[in-house]
Design a protein around this ligand. Sequence first.
Ligand code: THU
Length: 135
Amino acid sequence: MNKQTRDELISRATQAKKNAYAPYSKFRVGAAILTDDGTIFDGSNVENASYGLTICAERNAVFQAVHAKKRKITAVAVTSDEKTFITPCGACRQVIAEFADPDTEIILITVDGKWKVVKFGKIFPAPPALDKLKK
Ligand code: THU
């Protein structure tokens, strides 16, 4: 990915974090998704008084992309208010896997703006072989 696209994803994820609704955990997360046609979707975490109904920033962004009929994810950026890198939770990895491949770039961003890229295949190395359910 070129620098301009990466910077845009970092900026969108960082901006998206400001829209988080996290009154319970106070843990704000922002995510941005790049789809194969170059469109970027973003999302933040939205919590609920019934805690288990909370949706993570990553899934919020993925669902917006898919709703817009963009079904191929080429990159995911994720940030929080932490000085350390946070990575998508297990549930989000499973949802990302539906629309990504092992080469999809996951951009991890700290609150200070430090970033690093990991391949999706590295953080979700053994996806359940459920493709045949589509047939
Ligand atoms: N959260 C995300 O949005 N993405 C992650 O990758 C980790 C966790 C949210 C869920 C919840 O609102 C808060 O962070 C604390 O877990």
